[in-house]
Design a binder for this molecule. Structure first.
Ligand SMILES: [Zn+2]
Length: 351
């Protein structure tokens, strides 16, 4: 019973408070992206934190405050020319347009902080087995440019920083945002070595899901998995180690079967020291920028599956939140809070 040592008492009322989470949450009020009225609900980070506290899922002692990444950290992934443009506010109009969020020096700071948060989450996950950053997951950022609301690839920066510190050798990204992780695929493509054939897919559930396709490439020190809607941004999808191209309208059962298959296949081919889970909320059926049909319950099962599979193999998991554009922002907040609940339940389960 792992909670027994972490019950706390409120000294004034002597009422028993909820047990601490068996892992940390990384959060800062400065995660907020100053992008004005935008389809990306930048207020979601603060709302997730408030909901976790109000519902008793977490309490204040469960949170860690991140520091911004250093320029050296950012340069482990991004080109010096691009970093220079960001720091001097000299992106071209076309580059600003591709970013799809209004450029400002404050926005640059928020992305440096998101990268610092992911570094902290990755490091902390090596100790606690799970760590969730209530932010990050900017998987459309490339070494030399940003796009799709993503300026800096915080997850890639975290992986490269931990590798540089000799904390990890290898990592696997599991990207469940509805949009393909094109930046992730491009950044880690250069580290590929040999190719391993994918197993055949035989389940009848999966047969029904066609024309889904699972495309396999090869992996070097970072193995990339992306499950996404095929008919969606980005138009050009550079190959991940495993890409699962899902048809419009894919629902819970088919999605979970594909995820299970991709994880099994990936972990047969590759043994990561760290799993970076990009837990986008946008495969939700009410999402404004997504065309899949997952329910809130299905998305929680998705999270549980990732945590269960990693736990069975004793692989640390760091989590970032990526997208989420539900018509009702409260649904996005619920989906992100459920990721914390799922991790808590899986870690508390016996076995
Ligand atoms: Zn997305």
């Amino acid at each position: 019973m792992r909670f027994s040592a972490t019950f706390r008492f409120n000294a004034e009322s002597w009422t028993v408070l909820l047990p601490m989470l068996p892992f940390k949450l990384v959060y800062s009020d400065a995660y907020y992206l100053p992008i004005g009225n935008h389809v990306f609900p930048a207020e979601k980070y603060g709302r997730v934190r408030d909901r976790l506290l109000a519902s008793g899922v977490a309490d204040a002692a469960d949170f860690l405050e991140p520091q911004p990444a250093t320029d050296q950290d950012i340069l482990l992934v991004h080109k010096p020319e691009y970093v220079q443009k960001l720091k001097t506010g000299t992106l071209t109009p076309r580059e600003e347009m591709e970013l799809e969020v209004p450029f400002s020096p404050e926005l640059v700071k928020a992305f440096w902080l998101a990268a610092g948060g992911s570094i902290l989450a990755a490091r902390q996950s090596l100790t606690d087995k799970v760590c969730i950053s209530i932010g990050g997951g900017f998987h459309h950022a490339f070494p030399d440019h940003g796009e799709g609301f993503c300026m800096i690839h915080d997850v890639a920066v975290a992986i490269r920083r931990l590798q540089r510190d000799d904390k990890i050798r290898t990592a696997m990204t599991v990207d469940c945002d509805v949009h393909q992780g094109n930046g992730t695929a491009a950044i880690f493509a250069g580290t590929r070595t040999e190719s391993v054939p994918l197993p055949s897919v035989s389940s009848s559930t999966l047969d029904r899901a066609r024309p889904s396709k699972m495309r396999g490439a090869h992996a070097g020190d970072v193995f990339t998995i992306s499950l996404h809607q095929h008919n969606n941004y980005p138009l050009y999808k550079p190959p991940s180690s495993i890409d699962v191209d899902l048809p419009d309208g894919t629902g819970d059962d088919d999605y979970l079967a594909w995820l299970d298959n991709a994880l099994s296949s990936g972990l047969r081919q590759f043994e990561p020291d760290l799993l970076c889970y990009v837990a986008g909320a946008d495969p939700y059926r009410e999402d404004q920028l997504g065309g899949l049909s997952l329910t809130i319950e299905g998305l929680k099962k998705r999270d549980e599956l990732v945590f269960r599979v990693a736990r069975a193999r004793d692989i640390p998991v760091m989590v970032t939140y990526a997208g989420g554009y539900a018509r009702n922002v409260e649904d996005t907040v619920t989906i992100h809070c459920n990721t914390v609940v799922a991790a808590k339940e899986v870690l508390a389960a016996k076995g």
